[in-house]
Ligand binder design. Structure first.
Ligand code: AMP
Ligand code: MN
Ligand code: MN
Ligand code: MN
Length: 300
C-alpha cells in the first residue's frame, strides 16, 4: 500500500474517529488497528480525547497490517458555555505546542473527578472515584465514561446510555461544569502541528441555530476546515443537515464511527454508511499526512 495505490475518493472506507485505552475506549491501539483492518477500513485514525500518546503504537500496528493511518486527537473545548469537541487529523503527535496544550487541557480532570465522586456520594453512591479509576487506562484522563462504567458495575444503571440520562449530565448528580481549552487554541494547536481541524459530531451540542452559525463561522475564520457529517451519533436527518452545512460553509466532510468499545458502541469500526453525495471528503486534504506502510520498493 502506498500513495499511488490508495484512491482518495468519496467511497473510501475511511474511519477517522475512535478511542483507545489512552482515553476512554476499552481497547488498546493495537486491538483497534486489527479491528479496523478486519472490518475493511482503508484509512484509519486514532483520535483519543486530549492526548496523542497512543498514536505511535497505533501507527506501528497499522503499518504491520498494511493499513494507511492518520495520527489524530479529539480536543475538548468550551464554546458559548458548552463543551464542544474538535478533532484534529494528520497532526504531528510530537509537535511541542500540541503536546503542551493537550497536557494543560487534561490538567483539571483529576480534581473534577473528585467533585463528581463527591456528588455521587451525596446521591447515595459511595466510592465512585476509586471505582472509576479501576476502568482508567491513563490516570491523566479520567473521564465521565469511566464513571459511567462504574455506575453500571454497581448496578445503579443497566447500561452506559442510561447512566447519561440519570447522572453526569447537566442538572443530574455527578455533573461538574468544566472549562476546557478555547476554540482558538484547539484550531491553532492542530494547524500548528500540521493537521486539519474538524468540528466533531455537531448534532450533539444543543446550540440554537444562531449559536451554531457563530461556531461554524468563527471556526472557519480561524482556519478550521472540516465537519463530521457521518458519525454514529447522527440520525439520518442530522447527516443530511450537516451535509448541507458543510456545503454552505465550504467545509470538508469527515466520517468516523467514534468507536469506544465492542460492548458499548452501536456502530463498529468501518461500518458507517458512506458520505452523502456532493461533498468534499476531508481525506482529500490529508494525502500528504497519511502514513503509508513501507512496501518493498519496485523502483516505481
Ligand atoms: P468527559 O470528557 O469526561 O466529559 O467525558 C465525555 C465522554 O463521555 C464522551 O467522550 C463520551 O465518550 C461519553 N458520553 C458523553 N455523553 C454520553 C452519552 N449520552 N452516552 C454515552 N456516552 C456519552
Ligand atoms: Mn469518549
Ligand atoms: Mn466527542
Ligand atoms: Mn469521540
Amino acid at each position: 500500500m502506498n500513495a499511488s495505490t490508495l484512491s482518495l475518493d468519496a467511497a473510501l472506507n475511511a474511519d477517522l474517529h475512535c478511542h483507545s485505552t489512552v482515553s476512554d475506549g476499552t481497547q488498546s491501539p493495537e486491538w483497534l488497528a486489527q479491528r479496523a483492518a478486519d472490518n475493511g477500513v482503508r484509512l484509519w485514525a486514532l483520535t483519543d480525547h486530549d492526548e496523542v500518546a497512543g498514536c505511535a503504537r497505533a501507527a506501528a500496528a497499522a503499518a504491520a497490517l498494511q493499513l494507511p493511518f492518520l495520527a489524530g486527537v479529539e480536543i475538548s473545548i468550551t464554546y458559548i458555555d458548552k463543551t464542544v469537541h474538535i478533532v484534529g487529523l494528520g497532526v504531528d503527535p510530537e509537535h511541542p505546542g500540541l503536546v503542551e496544550g493537550l497536557r494543560r487541557t487534561r490538567g483539571g480532570r483529576d480534581e473534577r473527578a473528585r467533585e463528581i465522586a463527591q456528588q455521587l456520594a451525596e446521591a447515595g453512591i459511595p466510592g465512585a472515584y476509586e471505582g472509576a479509576l479501576k476502568f482508567v487506562g491513563n490516570p491523566d484522563l479520567i473521564s465521565r465514561s469511566h464513571f459511567a462504567r462504574f455506575l453500571v458495575e454497581v448496578g445503579a444503571c443497566a447500561d452506559v446510555p442510561e447512566v447519561f440520562r440519570h447522572y453526569l449530565t447537566e442538572g443530574k448528580p455527578g455533573f461538574v461544569p468544566h472549562r476546557w481549552a478555547s476554540l482558538e487554541q484547539s484550531v491553532q494547536w492542530i494547524t500548528d502541528a500540521g493537521g486539519v481541524a474538524i468540528i466533531a459530531h455537531p448534532a450533539r451540542y444543543d446550540f440554537t441555530p444562531q449559536e451554531e452559525h457563530i461556531l461554524f463561522s468563527r471556526f472557519k475564520e480561524l482556519g478550521g476546515q472540516g465537519v463530521e457529517v457521518m458519525t454514529s451519533s447522527h440520525s439520518e436527518a442530522e447527516v443530511q443537515k450537516y451535509a448541507q452545512m458543510a456545503r454552505d460553509y465550504g467545509l470538508y466532510a469527515s466520517r468516523g464511527s467514534d468507536f469506544h468499545s465492542p460492548d458499548e458502541s452501536r456502530i463498529d469500526l468501518g461500518t458507517l454508511p458512506a458520505l452523502p453525495g456532493g461533498l468534499q471528503p476531508v481525506w482529500q486534504l490529508l494525502g500528504k499526512r497519511i502514513r503509508y506502510p513501507h512496501t518493498a520498493s519496485t523502483g516505481a
